[in-house]
Ligand binder design. Structure first.
Ligand SMILES: Nc1nc2c(c(=O)[nH]1)N[C@H]1C(S)=C(S)[C@@H](COP(=O)(O)O)O[C@H]1N2
Ligand SMILES: [Mo]
Length: 174
């Protein structure tokens, strides 16, 4: 420690400046910034109610799958990753750094939930298809299954094929 000395007004202004800068940068580092680079600091992760409007304007695809009872069905809808990206989830070039620990909680009307890491949903990482379907065999699905259902053609167990999807909540792993 230096011996005690009076601070001049110039020194005080300098100390205040340094303290404010330190607070600002520590906030940036520990705040809600999702990536080590471009994403805007404090951009909130999306929490979305699933309605028909949410799917409008997204590319659609149809997949033909065999369900657990051995029946073949075709499901149509949109890629879950594309829907989340359009609504502000990290993707592509911004899916790096801290965002690699981000995931989406898919919630259903009966309280059922399943999670997908954003990296499982990003075409830059994987060719895996995770579909948010709004049609089965060309028709809307009944309230026992729909109106929205997750379909994942490459998964042998169907535990993440969430029926009656109501909400998509993107969060960061602690
Ligand atoms: N909302 C909701 N979705 C769900 C479940 C559930 O209990 N609630 N069970 C899952 C499990 S474990 C399976 S095997 C499949 C079964 O879907 P199916 O009855 O259309 O074959 O749905 C999945 N989706
Ligand atoms: Mo299951």
């Amino acid at each position: 420690m230096l011996p005690h000395r009076e601070c001049t007004p110039t020194m005080k202004r300098f100390l205040v400046g340094v303290t404010l800068a330190a607070l600002f940068f520590s906030g940036t580092a520990t705040g809600n910034s999702q990536t080590s680079t471009p994403a805007p600091a404090n951009s909130p992760l999306p929490r979305l109610s699933v309605t028909a409007t949410l799917l409008i304007g997204l590319p659609r695809r149809t997949v033909t799958v065999t369900d657990e009872t051995g029946q073949t069905a075709s499901y149509s809808g949109v890629d879950l990753g594309a829907l989340l990206a359009k609504n502000g989830a990290p993707n592509g070039a911004t899916l790096r750094g801290r965002a690699v620990a981000d995931y989406v909680v898919v919630k259903a009307a009966d309280g059922y939930r399943a999670v997908f890491a954003l990296c499982e949903l990003d075409p830059a990482f994987t060719a895996k298809i995770v579909l948010l379907a709004d049609q089965r065999n060309g028709a809307a699905m009944g309230s026992d299954v729909g109106p929205f259902r997750i379909v994942i053609p490459d998964e042998k167990r169907h535990a993440r094929w969430v029926r009656k999807v109501t909400e998509l909540d993107v969060v960061t792993a602690p």
